[in-house]
Design a protein around this ligand. Structure first.
Ligand code: ZN
Ligand code: ZN
Length: 232
């Protein structure tokens, strides 16, 4: 295709032109990504040390408003670098590879949630304006097309940008974060939804979104993230 000749596909890991043509990642770069494997936390899908544990430390300590969720990758340095390129260097095409892998590995899980829609975690309108796109929404659209499931990108809004407040306790931080999100009342809400995000760390953002959606009448909320981990 002409488009491939003009804009050859770049690898989400090394950034070089992908060979063989038609692939979405260079085969030798695949092992630099750390795919999540069991045992995982039954709530958030984060890897845990022993399968005798049910939950990770965060999920054991905090009540979760979402049903459960999962992620494709452990948030290692390679994943962090790749996600940063998507956001800050406009490498949106990298999400094609991640969406393809998510559907290939987690399509059955995502379908078994029997959700009515995908909802990308929103970014603040100011950030949307400066970045030009919301990476979670782009991913949700790709996933929605493949699963297939409708994407509701305009029901959940980020109304405030919150700064991390280290001096506050986790529960207070979460209450504050909750105030950063709201639903557009005039939009019809799905009965159940899967939140889509690029990175899940402590789960505070997903939890805040889930609370706001549930309070507005969404019965079941799940999530799927590209990366999961404590951050690097
Ligand atoms: Zn590569
Ligand atoms: Zn967990």
């Amino acid at each position: 295709m002409l488009i491939d000749a003009l804009f050859p596909r770049r690898c989400p890991v090394c950034g070089d032109i992908v060979m063989p043509k038609g692939d979405l990642i260079c085969p030798p770069c695949i092992p630099r990504l750390s795919f999540v494997k069991g045992p995982v936390c039954r709530k958030c899908g984060k890897e845990i040390a022993f399968d005798t544990q049910e939950y990770c430390a965060d999920c054991a300590r905090q009540k979760r408003s979402f049903e459960y969720g999962a992620a494709l990758l452990n948030y290692n340095e390679t994943a962090s670098h790749s996600m940063a390129a998507v956001k800050y260097k406009n490498k949106r095409e990298y999400l094609d590879y991640y969406a393809q892998e998510i559907v290939r590995r987690y399509g059955p899980l995502l379908r078994s949630m029997k959700a009515e829609a995908l909802i990308p975690t929103p970014i603040h309108p100011k950030r949307l304006k400066s970045r030009g796109f919301n990476q979670a929404e782009i991913l949700a659209v790709k996933l929605g097309r493949a699963l297939p499931l409708p994407v509701c990108a305009d029901v959940l809004l980020r109304s405030r940008n919150t700064e991390p407040q280290k001096e506050l306790r986790a529960s207070e931080r979460l209450r504050n974060l909750e105030k950063a999100f709201c639903v557009r009342e005039e939009r019809r809400l799905p009965g159940s939804a899967i939140l889509i995000d690029d990175i899940y760390t402590t789960g505070a953002t997903i939890e805040a979104c889930a609370r706001v959606l549930k309070r507005a009448g969404v019965k079941r909320v799940y999530f799927f993230a590209v990366c999961i981990g404590q951050g690097v």
